[in-house]
Ligand binder design. Structure first.
Ligand code: NDP
Length: 341
């Protein structure tokens, strides 16, 4: 059983030396447990927050020396649990390792699927995050101008496509010309702006001549700076993440103080700013997630929502895949293919 543990805590951006590969015996299930083999591992930005000593508050930090955590599509290979049989496919939280044990309480049975990794992307946590933020919280309406950054990523790509399906005008923000082309041609956004452009703020203002009704906040940083003056009165801002700051080192030079501008805008424009954690919205027995999955599967099959994956090959490549995810090297949902389905 190979597993990747947190070797040390990063100060700023993580590097390969923050991770270590170990080999341990494959554990045997006890009564009430199943043994899971990881087929696909999800890599997600929140894992960076779990590497910090205090963690993000809604989940405990990963201890130094412990395996990195993460969502997986896993196969039951041995079972002493009445609810699961060897061969069952499940959505699990096996982390960055080949094998793990579960008592079944956190497992969601999956149907056999030619592309099981979608359960970690558009059909899973990131897709549902887009749905909760845009539909439940922002209550997107026909004619809204919706702005989303990290627009070709796991969450952003679904946000933009859902907004379009609801009759909104979608302005994406992404890192580089290739990503912007993808947002326009494949995801069918109305506009996409390269956040690295020197005149990025001017381009955004031009693209949002009628102001911004919904800003789906994924990034913070310079994008938020450019968005604030464009928010319309009563704008809705679901706060999903702020990845521009996840690698801020303790004691690093602070960026200019945005607090007064933020508070003034929220007050003067009567902005509805609401943070959310997707885990709170799954439902008692995943029923909300399951309802969402049915709808999303239909949209994907009809071609209304298009999905793109960045596949990392092999568990041992997970650290580099994760470093690349944070720095925006690839587009689409990042997954690690750990074993053949
Ligand atoms: P992505 O697949 O979009 O990957 C991250 C992307 O962030 C990069 O590709 C890059 O895109 C962008 N990025 C990196 N650094 C910066 C920066 N300094 N400024 C602007 N953009 C940057 O990730 P996800 O879709 O999985 O996650 C998107 C956001 O949603 C994250 O903030 C994440 O933490 C949050 N999230 C929150 C959840 C919740 O429950 N609240 C659940 C799931 C995700 P590019 O180069 O194109 O700009």
């Amino acid at each position: 059983n190979r597993r990747i543990v947190l070797a040390s805590r990063p100060d700023g951006a993580p590097s390969p030396s923050n991770f270590r590969t170990e080999t341990t015996p494959v554990p045997a299930p006890m009564d009430g447990q199943v043994l899971l083999q990881t087929l696909v591992l999800s890599l997600d930005p929140y894992m960076r927050n779990l590497m910090d000593p205090m963690g993000p508050g809604y989940a405990p930090p990963v201890e130094v020396g412990a395996p990195m955590v993460g969502g997986t599509v896993s196969r039951v290979v041995a079972s002493r649990h009445t609810g699961f049989r060897p061969g069952n496919l499940v959505l699990a939280n096996a982390g960055w390792q080949d094998y793990t044990l579960s008592d079944g309480s956190d497992l969601l049975p999956l149907d056999e699927d030619p592309q099981p990794s979608l359960a970690l992307g558009a059909l899973g946590m990131p897709g549902f995050t887009a749905h909760v933020g845009l539909i439940d919280i922002a209550q997107v309406r026909r004619g809204d101008t919706v702005v989303v950054a990290a627009a070709t990523g796991a969450v952003g790509a679904v946000v933009g496509q859902l907004a379009r399906l609801h009759g909104a005008r979608v302005v994406g923000i992404a890192g580089g010309a290739e990503k912007c082309r993808h947002a326009l041609e494949v995801l069918r956004f109305d506009v996409c702006i390269d956040r690295h452009a020197l005149d990025f703020a001017r381009q955004l203002a031009q693209a949002c001549a009628q102001g911004i009704d919904v800003y789906f906040e994924n990034v913070g940083g310079a994008v938020l700076d450019a968005v604030l003056p464009l928010l319309n009165t009563g704008a809705r801002v679901p706060v999903c993440g702020f990845i521009a700051h996840y690698n801020d080192a303790a004691g690093a030079a602070q960026t200019p103080d945005l607090r007064p501008a933020l508070l003034a805008t929220v007050l003067q424009k009567r902005v509805h700013l609401q943070g959310f954690i997707v885990l709170d919205h799954y439902g008692e027995r995943f029923e909300h997630l399951l309802r969402f999955r049915t709808q999303m599967r239909h949209w994907i099959e009809k071609g209304h929502v298009r999905v793109q994956e960045n596949v990392v090959h092999g568990l041992l490549e997970a650290p580099q895949g994760f470093i690349d995810l944070l720095s925006g090297h690839h587009l689409g949902k990042t997954v690690v293919r750990v074993a053949e389905a």
